[in-house]
Design a protein around this ligand. Sequence first.
Ligand SMILES: C[S@@+](CC[C@H](N)C(=O)[O-])C[C@H]1O[C@@H](n2cnc3c(N)ncnc32)[C@H](O)[C@@H]1O
Length: 271
Amino acid sequence: MAQKITSAQVQADFDDPVSVVHYARAAHFLGLWESERRLIARFFPDCTAPLLEAGCGAGRVTLGLWDLGYRDLTAFDFAAEPLDQARHLATERGAAAIRFLHADATQLSRGADNQNASEPPGRGQVDCATPGPGYSGALFLFNGLMQIPGREGRRAALRGLRAVCVPGAPFLFTTHDREHSPTERALWRLEAMRWERGEQDERLVEFGDRYFEDEAGRTFMHLPDRTEILADLAATGWKPEFDALRREVAAESRAVREFSDECRFWLVRNP
Ligand SMILES: C[S@@+](CC[C@H](N)C(=O)[O-])C[C@H]1O[C@@H](n2cnc3c(N)ncnc32)[C@H](O)[C@@H]1O
């Protein structure tokens, strides 16, 4: 029987050179999507507020935030290789003040309970400290949250992010949406039949999971429907405020559409 996908496998896949090059290229040349730019301007109006970016990879979003004028940025990822790329790019772009941490989103509650961990590491350094409490906002973009295998893992990340955010803090993230088009719905009906017959890919943890390989390397992704995310938010204490498919937020360039499929944006708030 094939081994189920674990978080260690996902981490190894993001540390793979094929994946590192893919995300480093996006950080260098693609930057923020138009939809991301609009939602960031709308929900994160204060450029001086301390913000936390989860799953920063090679720095596409963090460097984009820096270019928009945000100056109190902490970005973390559990994959060391893309994080190293992010740190180098930040230095190259005069953004060495961004704090980079090597941390796992499912383990944040540890940092939130530990006041010492809230002390910022040396600026421009990759640090193993888990982010501590006190962030005025958080982001987990380009579906990073959905790359955590197992619903309990994703809920642990949601709880942990809430624990490090102050009351009222916005949290912006994206997911795929199994129901965003008739084709997707038809494909997922077929996949449901495979699960009913026990014929699904044995490495998958739950219905909705995919594990595939393309020019970006190997990718694990959980594709939820909207109801599932609403239940996860209710279970972890986040208050939903806004959600929309990307195409409803902005028309993206061809380069962005080639880099990333349709997704659903979620803006939720720490009550
Ligand atoms: C699709 S990539 C996006 C990278 C970058 N934010 C971007 O938009 O180009 C998702 C990122 O989330 C990170 N990630 C996934 N699970 C994580 C976890 N449990 N803790 C921290 N980072 C995680 C991955 O290592 C990867 O860098």
